[in-house]
Design a protein around this ligand. Sequence first.
Ligand code: NDP
Length: 285
Amino acid sequence: MSDSPLPETATDAVEALLDEVTTEPQPQPVLQVESLTGKVAIVSGGSSGIGRAVALELARCGAHIAFCYLDDGGQSRSEAKEVVSELRQMEVQVLSRSCDVRESSDVNSFVSEVEEELGGIDVLVNNAGIGRDAPMWLMTDHDWEAVLRTNLDGAFHFTRAVAPSMRAQEYGKIVNITSVHGIRTEFGISNYSSSKAGLIGLTRSSAVELGPKNINVNAVAPGYVRTTRLTEGVSPEILDHARERSALGRLGDPRDVAGVVLFLCSEAARHITGAIITVDGGYVL
Ligand code: NDP
């Protein structure tokens, strides 16, 4: 538990949490992974939060980065531009554009473009994800489908699209960003929990099917991670509860997740596949 004084209002609490969101100047890699130099990595949803941290961490270790985002009229295009310039400072090649992971044709053309411009794909991080919370008796078809199609179908579309080239080169690392809410659940997130539990199933199935061609497929299950959108979208009470519930007494940082993704993409993890690694400060214990 923090010793800092308790905020007086909900606005103070949100501001305090936003202050906690990390601003990164140019930190050193969490883990130096030389085997990634010159490799090509795709990160879905790389324009913000955990996806951004993963893209930066892979680039710090020398991987060329292709990332996509949705860009449905929000601020993601300008966020993506910032990430592109941060990545270019690391002198790696970068490809970034909007691509809707819910649409398999969009994903297929993104993957073809990456193969043409950057070469064969070595790493795929299925990170793009959304939540649309409501008790299930109030949940609309639209909100159910939007979450399942983004969080689960999206990962399937990308995995299927990269499988032929990874199989041909007999090398690949795939990491799916699931959630502790795919392992345990809360009130009002039946769509999100189902999508993330499904993603755990997809991780294990992909590990079985792709393992014979030296492709590792694993999942990382974060607990609550301080991303700007999380702190904006979730009430301070829920975040306080998450902090109190976790054994380490704190929320995660995007770099906590990125470091584990990096490890799973390294040769140190060459014998790990089909694993679900929680990065939650002990939240699910
Ligand atoms: P953010 O909202 O910060 O980032 C989500 C990214 O996914 C954005 O780049 C977004 O693009 C992209 N995206 C969303 N929908 C689509 C789509 N249909 N096609 C392509 N890209 C899309 O989220 P976080 O960083 O917080 O979360 C990242 C992942 O981690 C998610 O899968 C989430 O479920 C998971 N996670 C997060 C936790 C947290 O506490 N933050 C905890 C556990 C898991 P755009 O901005 O254009 O919409």
